[in-house]
Ligand binder design. Structure first.
Ligand code: ZN
Length: 89
């Protein structure tokens, strides 16, 4: 189980180097698939990379706008246009 957590963390770190590239999209999707497959808790940073509504890869700043209000992050997805909130951590 520890190896799984490590590999998900490693893929996530790699994905954050250049979030707009195709490679990081692949790495983030792979990390997400591993996390789902082994039913581990999805890391907070990984949740930020995907849209809550359309489940597509949408890194903040590039495919999302972020606003902060009342201790919550308000995201607007540029792919599907949905607005959703995630507590600030
Ligand atoms: Zn979306």
């Amino acid at each position: 189980m520890k190896a799984t957590v490590d590999s998900v963390k490693f893929l996530m770190m790699q994905a954050y180097h250049d979030p707009s590239s195709k490679l990081s999209e692949k790495q983030a999707k792979l990390a997400n698939r591993i996390a789902l497959k082994f039913r581990m808790n999805q890391p907070y940073e990984l949740k930020l990379l995907f849209c809550k509504r359309c489940k597509e890869y949408s890194p903040p700043v590039y495919f999302k706008t972020i606003r902060v209000r009342k201790g919550k992050l308000i995201f607007t997805c540029k792919k599907c246009g949905s607005v959703y909130r995630i507590p600030f951590k």
